[in-house]
Design a protein around this ligand. Structure first.
Ligand code: PEP
Ligand code: MG
Length: 325
């Protein structure tokens, strides 16, 4: 199956209506990096940093992390790597962290909430990232930002670390890009200033969908009722993309749906121009995107919305079948 896509590795994901979709990969381990070349991904759209914290029985040291992040950057050979700061809590529990016994961990003390409350670990991670990217560009994104103020506070922590590294006479990154993951519906309604102050926004579709529908992503029974190709959800995605575009803020989508061909087509039809997915999905997604007329798919979503349909899945699947895709 993989051989089928080898010929596509160096080709762009250009649709038949002339739109270019940028395909990036998700990663979390050094061992994922060779896929950057073999999959044809343009960069790492999401580097999940949890694993290094989960596989140890104590907090990793700054030097260890800086060395790993530096090796990730080396292996990326100049391609962009978006490092997401620690997203623990919820389903990812650190063995050495006091169990929180929260009634609803997915909506509990997790991700940036922990980072802003327990600053030591987040500062250490930011220092490791800054040191790993000395003399080269650094891209950081903060997970699970639910309101503008959290983004501002996290960005201020990063800026403070940059200042103190500079005072120590260390070489700084050549440029620093700071983004937010949009994983809670609230952030889509943040003030305009939020969109102005973020260098980019990455839609975390797994969490965003769970909170949009109030359906636990770990609970098969309720999760399956709500389709990504639900017209209301796609309309919401389109509104987020439109807001980002209005401010010139680059927006990407990095949930699992980015790697599912039909879902990827629908997201692209809502204006998403950058998708980040597991490396093995890049070939299949690219293969479909290159045969698709996105304007036609956008029209299918509009028609489904006008009819009051719940989902546009059957219409898109029929369009793909009719066109031999
Ligand atoms: C997401 O929520 O879509 C996401 C990419 O983050 P994670 O799956 O790690 O929560
Ligand atoms: Mg998430």
């Amino acid at each position: 199956a993989v051989e089928r896509y080898v010929g596509l590795v160096d080709l762009p994901a250009d649709t038949t209506c002339g739109k270019r979709i940028n395909l990036h990969m998700n990663a979390g381990l050094m061992a994922d990096l060779p896929s950057l070349a073999s999959s044809g991904a343009e960069g790492v759209g999401l580097f999940r940093t949890e694993l290094q914290f989960l596989i140890r029985n104590k907090v990793p040291r700054r030097g260890e992390l800086a060395s790993l992040y530096g090796r990730v950057m080396d292996a990326a050979r100049g391609k962009r790597v978006a490092f997401r700061t620690l997203d623990i809590g919820s389903d990812k529990v650190l063995p050495y962290m006091k169990p929180q016994d929260e009634p609803n961990p997915a909506m509990g003390w997790r991700a940036i909430r922990v980072g802003l409350d327990k600053r030591g670990v987040m500062r250490m991670q930011l220092q490791a990232l800054i040191r790993a990217c000395a003399g080269r560009p650094l891209t950081i994104m903060f997970p699970f930002v639910a309101q503008f103020e959290e983004f501002r506070a996290a960005k201020a922590m990063l800026e403070a670390e940059l200042v103190s590294e500079k005072r120590l006479g260390r070489v700084l990154p050549t440029e620093v890009e700071v983004g937010a993951m949009l994983e809670t519906p609230s952030l889509a309604f943040a003030p305009d200033q939020f969109f102005e102050e973020t260098d980019f926004i990455s839609i975390g579709g797994n969490d965003l969908k769970q909170f949009f529908f109030a359906a636990d992503r770990e609970n098969e029974r309720v999760r399956r009722r709500y389709d990504t190709l639900n017209v209301s959800f796609l309309t919401f995605i389109r509104q987020i993309v439109d807001r980002c575009n209005a401010h010139g803020t680059p927006v990407s989508f990095c949930g699992e749906d980015a790697g599912r061909p039909v879902e990827a087509v629908a997201l692209a039809a809502m204006g998403v121009r950058t998708l980040s997915m597991r490396p093995a999905s890049i070939g299949p997604v690219k293969s479909v995107l290159r045969k698709v007329d996105l304007d036609r798919v956008t029209a299918l979503v509009d028609e489904a919305a006008a009819r009051g349909d719940q989902s546009v899945r059957s219409a898109i699947v029929a369009y793909l079948a009719e066109n031999g895709i």
